[in-house]
Design a protein around this ligand. Structure first.
Ligand SMILES: CC(=O)N[C@H]1[C@@H](OP(=O)(O)O)O[C@H](CO)[C@@H](O)[C@@H]1O
Ligand SMILES: [Mg+2]
Length: 540
């Protein structure tokens, strides 16, 4: 196919966005992610890739999100959103990586030509307006138009992309505006809690991120059906984003953000969003002030049990099967609890893996332990619900609730605010406080650690990342260590987003989980050739 790439404008604008010579970029789980100051050339090129992706897909809208997510403010990233609001297709991650690493304007054009040829892109395909903010030059080079979604949350961007692409079809996802998003969430929430006692106010730690703006609008849309108390809601204070607050801080440090210490009453439930509001962690302090975390695993357990119950009451248990997808980081106690009730699948880390596995169920519940997840209802399931003729008032109510859940839940991607309303619905229906929810099962004590090694790519895994196949012999030594600890489990995998190897350990006692994690981390460090002079002191 003859290329119709606008070579001249690409070369000209590429000259204004030079690639730093020694850096190698990689499109991974979180898109391109690194220090903001070296991302300029990547954003330009992502603009071009997004334009080509849109061309490839007959001009459908592609989303581009620029966000620090759960990371410190200078640590930025850019990711692409496919037309149904999903993550970028895997084969294109490879193209994006090659294109980001082309060293000169000529190499860039060559890499783009390769993509155009291999992906058989018809460069004369029309464009729909696309949602890109900081990527204007990339678009300009391709002659594409853009719609700027403004400062918004990652899940709202995913919602908008899907809504634009389904507009006017029978699969219309919703009105393609932020107002449409809030109306969809609040209307379905109100339907689901009608006639139930209103929950006491919920404290939200907004991580000083964009979720604060969305939570404020949501609070207004919810009226008196739920009161949200916004904390860490400053989006303009330099350095405040995810700093000693937010979902990642709570999950990793296993304590409340210090800023909530004088806010949270004993027994009161609270939750933390991450910087772009796609992760959610709940927690509460008990009467003695002890911290209790309700993470992604607890959310999955709560939600899956509720949906199964509704399906049963509706009389649809033969037709609608519910399954759960987790990763190796799911707490062993949650896996046990869930496996006793429904099918559970373990997949590799990264939401795209969970999302795809969840699509195989009629209703697929997926959550990473860190609080990113959602629930997917397959199209045949939605059709069954729409056509079902209930024979009792109880059945009819249960079906209505299930239909409202399909509206409440953002099915494009994990959405902290949508998930939060989902949790609130279940707590309202069950009359649960944090304490009753927490008691579904008792978490095994655990510890997550990082280990810097000279080459994390030397670490290769199998069995959904639960076992190492390389470096050779290391897994056997980890197994030996694990055997010495009661209830012990540990695994090691290279991070997809940071230049580290992650170590996870669980055991019956917290001190044992810590010790096991530190022993495995020490073993990994030494085996991988870590510098003995900078060996972290806590490693055993
Ligand atoms: C242990 C952990 O939380 N890992 C996170 C982290 O991935 P790593 O590949 O572990 O760096 O970032 C991913 C993107 O946000 C998220 O999907 C994943 O769960
Ligand atoms: Mg995030």
């Amino acid at each position: 196919m003859p290329s119709a790439l606008p070579v001249e404008s690409i070369k000209l604008l590429s000259g204004q966005h030079h690639k730093p010579s020694i850096i190698r970029f990689q499109y991974g789980t979180a898109g391109f992610r690194t220090t903001a100051s070296i991302l300029d050339s990547v954003l330009f090129r992502v603009g071009i890739v997004a334009a080509l992706r849109s061309k490839k897909l007959d001009g459908r809208t592609i989303g581009v999100m620029v966000t620090a997510s759960h990371n410190p403010e200078p640590d930025n990233g850019v990711k692409l959103v496919d037309p149904r609001g999903e993550m970028l297709e895997a084969s294109w991650e490879v193209h994006a990586t090659t294109i980001a690493n082309a060293s000169t304007a000529d190499d860039l054009v060559d890499a783009l030509e390769v993509l155009v040829q291999t992906a058989k892109i018809d460069l004369h395909a029309p464009f729909w307006p696309s949602l890109v903010a900081a990527l204007e030059d990339g678009f300009k080079a391709m002659g594409a138009t853009a719609r700027n979604a403004g400062v918004t949350t990652t899940p709202i961007l995913h919602y908008l992309v899907r809504s634009i692409n389904t507009k006017g079809t029978k699969y219309s996802y919703g009105e393609d505006t932020e107002a449409g998003y809030f109306a969809k969430l609040s209307t379905s929430y109100k339907k689901l809690v009608t006639g139930k006692a209103v929950q006491p106010p919920l404290v939200i730690d907004c991580a000083n991120g964009v979720g604060a703006l969305a939570a404020k609008t949501l609070n207004e849309s919810l009226g008196n059906t739920l009161e949200l108390v916004l904390e860490n809601a400053s989006t303009t204070t330099p350095g405040a984003l995810n700093n000693a607050c937010g979902a990642d801080f709570v999950k990793v440090s296993q304590k409340i953000p210090p800023s909530l210490a004088n806010v949270l009453q004993p027994g009161q439930r609270a939750c933390s969003l991450d910087g772009d509001a796609d992760r959610l962690i709940y927690y509460y302090l008990d009467d003695r002030g002890a911290f209790h975390m309700l993470d992604g695993d607890k959310i999955a357990a709560l939600v899956a049990a509720f949906i199964i119950e509704l399906v049963k009451v509706a009389g649809l248990e033969e037709k609608i099967k519910v399954g759960v997808v987790q990763t190796a980081y799911a707490n062993g106690a949650s896996t046990k609890y869930l496996q006793e009730r429904l099918p559970v699948k373990c997949v590799s880390t990264g939401v795209k893996h969970l999302h795809h596995a969840a699509e195989r169920y009629n209703v697929g519940v997926y959550f990473e332990a860190n609080g990113h997840g959602t629930v997917l209802f397959s199209q045949p399931t939605v059709d069954i619900l729409a056509e079902y003729q209930p024979s009792t008032p109880a059945q009819s109510r249960a079906v209505e609730h299930l239909v409202s859940l399909t509206e409440l839940i953002n099915q494009t991607v994990g959405d902290a605010l949508s998930d939060m309303l989902l949790v609130e619905v279940v707590l309202t229906h069950k009359s649960y406080r944090g304490e009753e929810w927490d008691s579904l099962y008792v978490d095994l004590p655990n510890r997550l650690a990082k280990c810097s090694v000279p080459d994390r790519n030397a670490f290769k895994t199998e069995d959904a990342e639960r076992r190492l196949v390389s470096p050779p012999g290391l897994q056997a030594r980890i197994d030996e260590l694990v055997l010495r600890y009661q209830g012990g489990r540990s695994f090691v995998r290279p991070s997809g987003t940071e230049d580290v190897v992650r170590v996870y350990a669980e055991a019956s006692l917290k001190s044992q989980a810590d010790e096991l994690a530190m022993r495995v981390a020490g073993l990994v460090y030494d085996e991988a050739g870590g510098d003995p002079t900078s060996r972290p002191k806590e490693f055993l």
